[in-house]
Design a protein around this ligand. Structure first.
Ligand code: IMP
Length: 193
């Protein structure tokens, strides 16, 4: 089976994407590839960060790899936190800090529309190629559910009555930004399926 290194230190993402690519592509983690350390992500677009993260692996291994970058774009905040979603509450903040800051920023706002957008950069033989997925929804006024990670407890996708954190992983994967981006990646890697 074809192997691809996934340039992430986020074990939730590794689990989500491994489940999506099960039986199609063998996902190799950074640890399995013998890589350690912080991967830089200093670009100001999702595409730029995905490229930067994938390139970091490519330069060290010369092996085919991919990275994803995700942003939560909130309408009432003019698209913030967007590309800065991971560090919204500060440089070394936790998921909880980010959620608290977003709930405070949305206090009293009636327009709760938001979207998660993921860009994947695949590097094959040194050449980058991009795939994108987006899910629209709204920001809840408090946390619901224990699953998932990041902003999952306060994001409710359209046409659902529960937050991402209340969904089983396979349901989230079917409709999520990352799930949709990975589907594009699979279409490219295994077009017959
Ligand atoms: P990253 O730069 O792709 O790691 O994502 C930026 C930030 O977006 C993460 O630190 C999380 O807070 C958030 N995020 C990414 N994907 C998800 C998701 O599937 N659910 C909730 N939050 C997410």
């Amino acid at each position: 089976m074809r192997e691809l290194i996934f340039a992430t230190n986020n074990k939730h993402k590794l689990e989500e994407v491994s489940q999506l690519l099960l039986g199609k592509v063998k996902i190799v983690s950074l640890a399995e590839a013998g890589l350690e350390g912080e991967i830089p992500e200093t670009a100001d677009t999702l595409q730029g960060n995905a490229l930067q993260k994938a390139q970091w692996v490519w330069e060290r291994t010369g092996k085919d790899c991919f990275a994803d970058d995700t942003g939560l774009e909130v309408s009432a905040l003019n698209g913030a936190p967007g590309v800065y979603s991971a560090r919204y509450a500060g440089e070394h903040c936790s998921f909880d800090d980010n959620v608290n800051k977003l709930l405070a920023a949305m206090d009293g706002k009636t327009d709760r529309r938001a979207a998660f957008r993921t860009v994947i950069c695949l590097i094959e033989a040194g050449s980058p190629r991009y795939f994108e997925g987006k899910v629209e929804g709204s920001i809840l006024t408090e946390r619901y559910g224990e699953g998932g990670f990041g902003y999952d407890p306060i994001f409710m996708p359209d046409r659902f009555a529960v937050s991402f954190a209340e969904m089983p992983l396979d349901v989230k994967n079917q409709i999520s930004h990352r799930g949709l981006a990975v589907k594009q990646l699979v279409q490219y890697l295994a077009p017959q399926e």
